[in-house]
Design a protein around this ligand. Structure first.
Ligand SMILES: NC(=O)c1ccc[n+]([C@@H]2O[C@H](COP(=O)([O-])OP(=O)(O)OC[C@H]3O[C@@H](n4cnc5c(N)ncnc54)[C@H](O)[C@@H]3O)[C@@H](O)[C@H]2O)c1
Ligand SMILES: CC(=O)N[C@H]1[C@@H](OP(=O)(O)OP(=O)(O)OC[C@H]2O[C@@H](n3ccc(=O)[nH]c3=O)[C@H](O)[C@@H]2O)O[C@H](CO)[C@@H](O)[C@@H]1O
Length: 427
């Protein structure tokens, strides 16, 4: 089969490589000339995706993967088109469709009868049917459902382990009509392989959710669930702090029966997905008060961590405070919506002098994110923001002048911090 993947980013490129690995002829379309050049040379444009370098080279050497900036021409040669161009939302959750609209107009220009178009970018519910279908029809002169098939199939993989996740998670598909859904299922069954799993209600594989809307909601719902769950954990943690209860022990106890899955409280909920998609959901469903209050509870946590620091340390005016971890969570080199930013702002608002360090970032990289790198300055307090594995080994002797440590992720080993006031969230 000839397949076009529109956008060769952190998700699109591994997908294109996966399809080529299954023996299909893939054309990747991206507006970035540099990306296209690198892909055609068999060189990965970004680091960090497990196995991508080897699989990409193999696909390009076998002549199964090429890249172009001409989306319309690539679409015209393809039986299936997979779209993973990013969509952005602002603080109110309002989507900016700019990049996706441009991609869709280009796809429409090359669209021919019989093609399947699958959108994988996370979208507000209703977008596939009410925005993409008319836009594709207008640009192509074809009719969605009659002349071409159209589905939404959310991408649920995590960057860094895309190939493994593609096998691990069921592929969800929903069409704008029954025939589109069936075509989407047949397509993904041809291009993906699945691990056997005994913990699912249906065999692992491609699951047809019946409509594009159900499939759009599935992605927003699973990410919103995570945010709401963490929001609840954070609520319990703050209550536990007031009442001298160790929330970690409580959560472990609750989760010892099969119907409780309380997540972990912490200083921040960051990343591209979990803080963002609840806002997208709220754009669809502004009355969703549970979602809104959980989002607010999570967004308030960096300030709360600084409150805990001030309560233990005293006036923070002029205090040099080290924020440990710029990444939004441990083990990733990614600062999108990281708690480091609101934590630094909250410290500055109280007159403290924040420095930042992170084992995954150089001083130059931290500075490029607008953060002040810690270059050995004396610090008298610290806040752990990201649960990097390295911090498990960190000890008071590494930061000899620190009097108070707020461990926002319960990552540090209390035995290594004797003599320092160590405060945890919900402790
Ligand atoms: N990154 C993740 O962890 C992740 C996980 C699951 C799902 N997703 C979904 O995948 C989407 C894409 O994320 P990503 O991380 O791959 O993005 P990315 O930023 O890594 O890459 C985006 C690519 O899109 C290209 N592009 C922009 N406009 C284009 C256009 N009009 N036509 C063709 N290409 C265009 C850019 O040049 C870039 O190469 C997200 O919006 C999200 O919905 C991402
Ligand atoms: C495990 C999980 O669902 N990962 C999803 C998540 O990855 P993502 O990489 O965003 O990571 P997580 O969902 O694990 O974490 C998001 C944020 O929440 C914080 N946090 C997490 C768990 C917790 O119990 N308490 C807590 O505070 C983390 O520190 C981090 O700041 O978004 C991606 C994009 O949609 C999805 O593809 C991934 O499947």
């Amino acid at each position: 089969m000839n397949i076009c993947v529109v956008a060769l980013g952190k998700i699109g490129l591994p997908l294109a490589v996966q399809f080529a690995d299954k023996g299909h002829k893939v054309i990747g379309a991206d507006v970035n000339e540099k990306v296209v050049e690198l892909v055609n040379a068999g060189t990965e444009p970004f680091p960090g995706e497990h196995d991508l370098d080897v699989k990409l080279k193999k696909a390009v050497d076998a002549g199964l993967l090429t890249a172009t900036t001409d989306t319309a021409a690539a679409v015209a040669q393809s039986e299936a088109v997979v779209v993973v161009v990013p969509l952005f939302v602002d603080a109110e959750g309002t989507p900016d469709f700019g990049w996706m609209d441009a991609a869709t107009r280009a796809i429409a220009q090359g669209l021919k009868p019989g093609t399947l178009v699958s959108y994988e970018t996370t979208l507000p519910v209703g977008t596939t049917r009410t925005r993409w279908a008319p836009m594709l029809e207008e640009g192509s002169g074809l009719t969605a459902g009659e002349d071409f098939h159209l589905v939404f199939s959310p991408e649920r993989v995590l960057t860094g382990r895309v190939f493994a996740d593609l096998r691990r998670y069921p592929k969800l598909v929903g069409g704008i009509d029954e025939a589109s859904g069936a075509r989407g299922v047949a397509f993904y069954e041809q291009v993906l392989d699945f691990d056997e799993r005994t913990d699912l209600p249906r065999p692992n594989g491609v699951w047809d959710l019946g409509t594009a809307e159900a499939s759009e909601l599935a992605k927003l719902a699973e990410t919103t669930y995570r945010d709401v769950n963490i929001g609840l954990a954070n609520q319990f943690a703050r209550f536990a702090d007031k009442n001298d209860i160790d929330v970690k022990k409580v959560i472990e106890a609750c989760n010892s029966q099969p119907y409780s899955h309380i997540h972990q409280p912490g200083i921040a909920v960051g990343g591209h997905c979990i803080p963002i998609y609840p806002r997208m959901y709220l754009w669809n469903d502004p009355e969703a008060t549970v979602v809104r209050s959980a989002r607010e509870a999570n967004a308030a946590m960096p300030e709360y961590a600084v409150d805990l620091l001030a309560a233990a340390y005293g006036d923070l005016k002029g205090a040099a405070v080290l924020v440990l971890g710029a990444a939004y969570r441990g083990g990733v080199k990614e600062t999108a919506f990281s708690g480091v930013f609101p934590t630094v702002e909250a410290l500055k608002a109280r007159g403290a002098v924040p420095y930042v360090s992170d084992p995954m970032y150089t001083d130059e990289e931290l500075a490029a994110h607008g953060l002040t790198p810690h270059q050995g300055e004396t610090v008298t307090a610290a806040i752990l923001q990201a649960d990097h594995a390295e911090y498990r080994e960190l000890a008071a002797s590494d930061l000899p002048d620190v009097k108070v440590l707020v461990d926002g992720r319960r990552t540090t080993d209390p035995a290594r911090w004797e003599g320092v006031r160590r405060v945890v969230i919900g402790g």
